[in-house]
Design a protein around this ligand. Structure first.
Ligand SMILES: Nc1nc2c(ncn2[C@@H]2O[C@H](COP(=O)(O)OP(=O)(O)OP(=O)(O)O)[C@@H](O)[C@H]2O)c(=O)[nH]1
Length: 393
């Protein structure tokens, strides 16, 4: 699947930068264009792989290249004011060659949190290609303002995109690591998961399992219908003898060996599917109730088979209760890993989102209370029965 990726804010820029690097390393063909947008000049200068002329500094007249300091309302305002400058960079993208846009941002800060929904709305108005979001939730130890920002941005962003893929830093942080070192590892996890998912259908056409290769329309159909998505991943190292058939099997030419191979391959696929679905998801949640799902089995063709994928697909159907579970393979001839990636789309039972919104509503009420008290406007306080989180715009 060919994407135009736009990283908004520091986290967004760094993650897209890593996608570009991943794309070069694996020749996966997913990043057709990459743009970084930020209010902080230093963040843009720190990027390594996104071309310099595709880095857009916005809000210069307001914040003079210093960032918006976790003020996401200001982030949204600045994005609206300078949307033409962002569009200038997008104009250089050959949009007829892409399958979709992917807007990436950390939702806890100011620039990406406020700006990414504004950009998604703008892209939806202009282009017919789907616009997806990849939203990063803050760690719960980052503090109240990050939670409030993330909750408000989340509910605005999810409304403006065709599907919001979510990664929760809180579920992935490791204790005892520097924040930066921790993010480098986390970003690698993000890029691997989404890289394999979006890479499906781009290369490796042909070979013995060609008829069940995943293509981009299957990813698009799984994401269609909107809502929130999460991704599971599991992988295992395998011996890759691309000549096809193990040594013994070639020496004996034995069918028995082939049967054993097939059973082994099928079992490995089945267990990787379970591990991916039941292990740590990018956004932890109950998989039961997911509206749609897509299983991608990636790896050397010799280690993929239809039977395993079909079994895995059926198992996901049973676990999610969804009637819309797609599955296929992504043959990568020169790889020594077999990986299972599961996209669960339209998930509803997500404790972290509920918690985020609850904390944010309380924080918002507190802020309102403090404001109202300071204004001695008791009447408003008594009549304040709106227990709702305000949208960003
Ligand atoms: N996974 C990941 N998350 C990050 C990274 N950097 C920051 N974050 C998260 O993203 C949130 C937003 O931070 P930034 O992206 O730095 O903020 P910004 O959008 O640039 O906005 P301002 O700095 O307020 O102008 C943070 O609260 C973190 O949770 C990163 O490299 N990887």
């Amino acid at each position: 699947m060919k994407l135009a990726m736009i990283g908004f804010g520091q986290a967004g820029g760094k993650i897209v930068d890593k996608f570009v690097e991943y794309d070069k390393r694996h020749d996966s063909g997913i990043v057709r264009a990459a743009v970084a947008v930020n209010t902080a000049k230093a963040d843009l200068m720190g990027l390594e792989h996104i071309p310099k002329d595709q880095r857009v500094l916005i809000g210069q007249s307001r914040v003079k290249g210093h960032g918006v300091g976790a003020d996401n309302e200001l982030g949204a305002e600045v994005a609206e004011e300078d949307i033409d400058e962002v569009q200038g960079a997008i104009d250089s993208i050959p949009v007829h060659e892409i399958d979709a846009f992917l807007v990436v941002a950390g939702l806890g800060g100011g620039t990406g949190s406020g700006g990414s929904p504004v950009l998604a709305k703008h892209l939806q108005r202009i282009y017919t290609e789907p616009v997806y979001g990849l939203g990063i939730l803050p760690g719960s130890d980052e503090g109240g303002i990050y939670t409030l920002n993330a909750a408000r941005s989340f509910q605005t962003f999810v409304r403006e995109v065709d599907n919001l893929l979510v990664f929760d830093n809180d579920a992935w942080r490791k204790t005892g690591e520097s924040v930066q070192g921790g993010y480098d590892e986390i970003n690698e996890e993000i890029v691997t998961r989404f890289g394999v998912l979006f890479g499906a259908g781009e290369i490796g056409q042909g070979g013995e399992v060609a008829e069940s290769v995943v293509d981009s329309s299957e990813i698009i159909n799984t994401l269609a219908g909107g809502g929130v998505s999460t991704v599971g991943y599991a992988s295992e190292t395998v011996e890759n003898d691309s000549s096809g058939g193990g040594l013994l099997s070639r020496l004996t030419g034995g069918d028995e060996e082939d049967d054993l191979d097939t059973a082994h391959t099928t079992n490995r696929i089945t267990s990787l599917v379970r591990k991916a679905a039941l292990g740590r998801l990018t956004l932890p949640c109950e998989i039961e109730g997911a509206e749609r799902a897509l299983l991608v089995m990636a790896g050397p063709p010799r280690h993929l088979n239809r039977k395993g994928i079909e079994r895995g697909r059926k198992w996901i159907e049973e676990q999610t209760g969804s009637m819309e579970v797609r599955g296929g393979d992504y043959p990568i001839t020169d790889s020594n890993r077999v990986a299972s990636v599961i996209l669960l789309s339209g998930v509803t039972n997500v404790p972290r989102i509920k918690e985020l919104q609850q904390v944010a509503i309380e924080a918002q009420d507190n802020i309102d209370d403090i404001r109202e008290e300071s204004e001695e406007n008791l009447e408003n306080l008594i009549n304040d029965d709106e227990d709702e989180l305000e949208s960003l715009f």
